[in-house]
Design a protein around this ligand. Structure first.
Ligand code: PMT
Length: 222
């Protein structure tokens, strides 16, 4: 019997202007790393696509380290066809510089109004290739989180989305604890109380396992 195949993304992406300057965000990778670890503990076959982060590889899982949104998309596209569920917790940069300089730009040559362009939307791209895969996204917002999360779930054609309020101390980016709600396509909302990212990750994986895979243990899977 084959284990459930789970693809998790975590961490930020970096979009470089030159070899020493980039656009990014404060994601540490902890939320997604803990989700991948919890899925591994459940006996799932886990691949973690991890943006720049200090976190170690997960024993028994495949860890693929990437830098930019384009790298993350390529890595996801490689594993997505063979996965049962994608959990997209990475904080992918929405923009990148239009022009990259292979050499460090001298201070007096810096363009203070650089041209930016959107990065590829990884979830949206993968949702167009979706067959039987379950897609779970995240929505990080400072306000109206439930409203924006529902909009993102619909526009990216997701099965569920984790609504994550960010911007307050002790929760969200880089913190050890978090506060999340899971919104399902059916409209069901699960309120996970504020807790450590490792506890939340375990609860989230337990819930997802019961909801989408009938709580099957890997050895029960056909
Ligand atoms: O890493 P930590 O320090 O532990 O912090 C955890 C976290 C706050 C980063 C995490 O819990 C979280 O909320 N992750 C999602 C952050 C985010 O980028 O959300 P968003 O609302 O901008 O994006 C919506 C969804 O689209 C996300 O699933 C994102 O991965 C995805 N996306 C975004 C941009 C893009 N170009 N491609 C994408 O696939």
């Amino acid at each position: 019997m084959k284990p459930i195949k789970c693809l998790v993304t975590a961490g930020p992406t970096r979009e470089y202007f030159d070899p020493v300057r980039y656009i990014s965000n404060p994601s540490s990778g902890k939320m997604g790393w803990n989700i991948a670890n919890a899925a591994k503990q459940k006996g799932w076959d886990v691949t973690l696509i991890l943006g720049p982060s200090q976190l170690p590889d997960i024993d028994g899982a495949t860890t693929v380290r990437v830098v930019s949104a384009a790298d993350m998309l390529s890595a996801c596209e490689k594993y997505f066809p063979h996965t049962d569920i994608l959990i997209m917790s990475a904080a992918v940069s929405d923009v990148r510089p239009k022009v990259y300089s292979g050499q460090k730009i001298k201070k007096d040559k810096i363009d203070f109004n650089p041209q930016l362009e959107p990065t590829p939307d990884i979830l949206k791209t993968l949702s167009l290739k979706k067959k039987s895969q379950i897609l779970v996204g995240f929505a990080a917002e400072t306000h109206d989180v439930m409203h924006y999360a529902e909009e993102k779930m619909k526009s990216k054609n997701l099965d569920a989305i984790v609504a994550n309020t960010v911007g307050s101390e002790g929760s969200g980016f880089a913190a050890d604890e978090n506060k999340i709600d899971l919104i399902l396509r059916s409209g069901e909302i699960v309120d996970f109380h504020k807790a450590s990212k490792s506890r939340l990750a375990a609860s989230l994986i337990d819930f997802i396992s019961a909801k989408f895979f009938g709580g099957r243990r890997p050895q029960d899977r056909q």
